[in-house]
Design a protein around this ligand. Structure first.
Ligand code: OVM
Length: 409
């Protein structure tokens, strides 16, 4: 058995097109659009020899792999490492990196904590915070969207909603980014994550404990499940860890990318200003258009076939969600950002039993921010070229200096 990039190098059929590319090259991670086009063009799957993986970027096949948790498991890791043959850098997540029946028990608890009802309670606080933040940014005029809005907003509402009483912005944002960088191959991004991640872990785990969490938050609901015998105390802490792994850097990225979409498409921003009720669809379209999580892996648990292509058991498959969300065969004029497209079925939150459990939190946060921008900001002007930040699984901005002008001034 030969291992490449910490997984089994299976015998891939010679019929599958070979593409000698590094999808984790920093330049591609910064500007993935040409790679997405080429990936879809070459076939339903391509064989990338340097990592001994298959990659897919057409909508239908990517959706099929993602939807079928039995043939394409997450329990062997959603990055290049196969947990069956190599250890994970951290204790595996008890919701992301497990399968039913165990998954059903943990997922039930976490979705209860993040239920629509739990979200409706937070709606006013989110709106108030977003309005105050945007007022402040309009007053400042010129600022960097990444720290001053995309990070500032989620960090000021989400950890508090979990119940955290102490907030370390860098620890919270970087912990998420490291988790996603760890999904890639042994490159500079991953080594930096593996070096700093474990340093932040003690801070994170301390804040996942029952004693650290204020009453009334998502954390309390999770620990109530422990009291009811649904989970152990350690499992409850692990689910809070999942919230902090998956809930900060992702929403930071989604909000930053959404503002980038509006700044780059002034005509679409005008539509949003005319009808602020488009805040939700505008965010949904920003997710489709920019795919904050650009790719996740699955592992074939059996010999199988997708789109007429034979996939051997144990094969790692790179599912390029960013490419699937721009597939012209699925989305007419996919290369345009349209605030009123309403792209039902996009894959930015994944799909199936592992589909993002926090998607309603993400939507509520973005709705608050985009509604505040629509009602208060006249125009969004780039002060300099936005800069993207390479990450092995996240497509995010590094910095984006803009000017917000006051609406009707
Ligand atoms: C987790 C988790 C879930 C989704 C994404 C993620 C690092 C982590 O349960 O820990 O990214």
């Amino acid at each position: 058995m030969q291992l490449v990039a910490d997984h089994i190098a299976t015998k891939i059929s010679a019929d599958i097109p070979v593409w000698d590319i590094d999808p984790y090259d920093a330049e591609i991670l910064r500007n993935p659009a040409p790679y997405y086009v080429e990936l879809r063009k070459r076939g339903p799957f391509v064989h990338i020899p340097r990592y001994a993986i298959l990659a897919c970027g057409r909508f239908n096949e990517t959706r099929e792999v993602f939807s079928d948790w039995q043939r394409f498991v997450s329990s062997r890791g959603v990055g290049l490492t196969d947990f069956q043959v190599a250890p994970s850098w951290r204790k595996p997540s008890i919701v992301l990196e497990v399968e039913p029946p165990y998954h059903t028990r943990t997922r039930t608890v976490i979705s209860r904590a993040l239920s629509p009802r739990a979200m409706s309670v937070l709606k006013d606080a989110f709106a108030e915070r977003a309005n105050a933040l945007v007022d402040d940014l309009v007053e400042r005029g010129e600022f960097d969207v990444v720290p001053d809005l995309a990070e500032a907003f989620p960090v000021s509402v989400f950890p508090a909603a979990v119940g955290l009483q102490e907030i370390d912005t860098r620890a919270l944002v970087d912990f998420g980014a490291f988790g996603f960088n760890a999904l890639g191959p042994d490159n500079a991004l991953r080594s930096a994550a593996l070096e700093r991640g474990p340093q932040i872990m003690p801070w994170i785990m301390k804040h996942c404990k029952r004693e650290a969490l204020a009453p009334g938050g998502f954390g309390e609901t999770i620990y109530a499940a422990a009291d009811a015998g649904e989970l152990t105390e350690d499992e409850a802490a692990m689910l809070v860890r999942s919230l902090l792994s998956a809930g900060v850097d992702t929403t930071v990225t989604g909000i930053g990318n959404a503002v980038w979409c509006l700044a780059s498409n002034p005509g679409e921003f005008e539509k949003l200003k005319r009808d602020p009720k488009l805040a939700r669809p505008a965010f949904e379209e920003a997710l489709r258009y920019t795919s904050p999580v650009h790719s996740f892996c699955r592992t074939a648990s059996v010999d199988t076939t997708v789109g007429g292509v034979d996939i051997p058991q144990d094969t790692k498959i790179l599912c390029v969600l960013g490419a699937a969300n721009l597939d012209e065969d699925q989305w007419p004029e996919a290369r345009y950002y349209k605030v009123d497209r309403r792209p039902v079925g996009h894959l930015a939150f994944g799909v199936g039993i592992h589909g993002c459990v926090g998607q309603n939190v993400a939507r509520a946060e973005a709705e608050a921010v985009l509604t505040a921008i629509a009602s208060k900001v006249g125009s969004i002007e780039f002060v300099s070229e936005p800069v993207w930040r390479p990450n092995n699984a996240i497509h995010a901005l590094d910095s984006m200096r803009v000017r917000f002008t006051l609406r009707n001034s």
